[in-house]
Ligand binder design. Structure first.
Ligand code: AMP
Ligand code: GLY
Length: 420
């Protein structure tokens, strides 16, 4: 098969790495890709938010199957355009992608499905939102309704902070994403992510993970897109996963199907777990980044068989071949991230690193300049390792990190601490 992956991050490099190992893959193209992806697949310059351009590209290149990595093309309806043109696609329709693109939509679906989640209010004007905050007090969570690149959530520990957050959102700090605001009860517990494939009817769990959102060791400092991740997540035991499927995922999927907008693709289920009871924090309609890197490391070549079964509506007959293993990913970022940082520094030492089924360096923000690999983004490399224990995976990942020659970059030294 000729396979196209849309996206350019570490998530897409990990997907490309897994797909390339599957014998069904004759040719792999990634658009737009990055320097690491270019070493294992063809990269193509393509506007991945333009459905017509993507369809034309697939026709020109005889593509048989498309995997959509990030949320933006999904929310823009690129999966709909491709399906309309007869292509096989992994990823939800724009209507189903509302599960990530609108927090108010998701809360309303949870109500209809009876899925446990934080109590909430939905507001389109500042006065009503402020009154809600005054009535409920702090801690309380203020969220921009739309896509805000992971930055539209403010956990307010005091009422004054909450009122300021409401004003900031209605003043347009998040553009259109903040024109509507959801205010939620603050949930206590331990957070973990549950990844489930859904084909519109059946669901298949494909792994659990925890990520580290804060930039600094000990989970301190500002939030980021994710500084590391590991899988499995011990807090998401089989019993908690079974409850999450029965109480949250299956009722949501049934509600989506009932509304005529069945969900097809990977569903990233963000959970808050307290005393063995899961509640929904959020859905994302794509793999997490860097959670995808640890999942792909554990699934390997079978990932594409599962993705294909999902896209073809055959999940009822699909099975995951689990190994008793653990994977861990350390994100190396440019000094200054998530604030301002320099681009263009040269990364050395990459050629001498091990690349096998237990050790991979997935690229996120990298490019090529002359013969050098250079940093082109905030999150730059995703050093990922697998082991029989989490401690072994962690030791392997940091051993590789220490061999990367990049003075302009940094990483957290404690990825996995909660589980170790
Ligand atoms: P979201 O974009 O909705 O996932 O929110 C980003 C992060 O904010 C989550 O991963 C949680 O760590 C935190 N968060 C969101 N909603 C809540 C809530 N209701 N209670 C506690 N923490 C939350
Ligand atoms: N690592 C969090 C996310 O991908 O949303």
């Amino acid at each position: 098969m000729n396979i196209l992956i849309l996206g350019s991050g570490g998530r897409e490099h990990a997907l490309a790495w897994a797909v390339m190992q599957n014998p069904k893959c004759d040719r792999l193209v990634v658009a737009p890709g990055n320097a690491g992806i270019a070493a294992i697949a063809d990269c193509a310059d393509l506007d991945i938010l333009n459905g017509i351009a993507v369809v034309n590209f697939c026709e020109e290149r005889s593509i048989d199957f498309v995997i959509i990595g990030p949320e933006a093309p999904l929310a823009a309806g690129v999966a709909d355009d491709l399906r309309g043109a007869g292509f096989k696609v992994f990823g939800p329709s724009a209507a189903a992608a509302q599960l990530e693109a609108s927090k108010a939509f998701t809360k309303e679906i949870c109500d209809a499905a009876g899925a446990p989640t934080a109590a909430y209010g939905h507001f389109t004007d500042a006065a009503a939102a402020r009154a809600h905050v005054e009535a409920h007090g702090a801690p309380i969570v203020i969220k921009a309704d739309g896509l805000a690149a992971g930055k539209g959530v403010i956990i307010a520990m005091t009422q004054a902070e909450a009122l300021a957050a409401v004003d900031t959102m209605f003043d347009g700090a998040f553009g259109d994403a903040g024109a509507e605001v959801v205010i939620e009860e603050f949930m206590e517990g331990e957070e973990a992510s549950f990844f489930v494939l859904c084909d519109g009817e059946d669901v298949l769990p494909i792994g659990t993970a925890q990520d580290h959102k804060r930039v600094g060791d000990g989970d301190t400092g500002p939030n980021t897109g994710g500084m590391g991740a590991y899988s499995p997540a011990p807090v998401l035991s089989d019993a908690v996963a079974a409850r999450a499927l029965d109480e949250i995922v299956r009722p949501t999927m049934a509600e989506m199907a009932k509304r005529g907008t069945p969900y097809q693709g990977v569903l990233y289920v963000g959970l808050m777990i307290k005393d063995g009871a899961p509640r929904l924090v959020e859905y994302n309609v794509r793999f997490g980044d860097p959670e995808c890197q640890v999942l792909m490391m554990r699934l390997g070549a079978q990932a594409f068989d599962l993705i294909q079964a999902c896209a073809e509506g055959r999940l009822a007959e699909a099975r995951v071949n689990w190994a008793e293993d653990h994977a861990l990913c350390v994100v190396m970022a440019a000094n200054g991230y998530p604030g301002s940082y320099e681009k263009g520094s040269v990364i050395g030492g990459l050629d001498a690193l091990p690349e096998d089924s237990a050790n991979m360096v997935f690229h996120a923000g990298t490019g090529q300049s002359g013969g050098d690999i250079i940093a082109t983004g905030g999150r730059v490399l995703n050093v990922t390792a697998r082991g029989v224990s989490l401690a072994e995976a962690q030791a392997r990942a940091y051993d590789t990190v220490d061999r990367v020659d990049w003075p302009e970059g940094f990483c957290r030294r404690d990825i996995g601490w909660r589980a170790l």
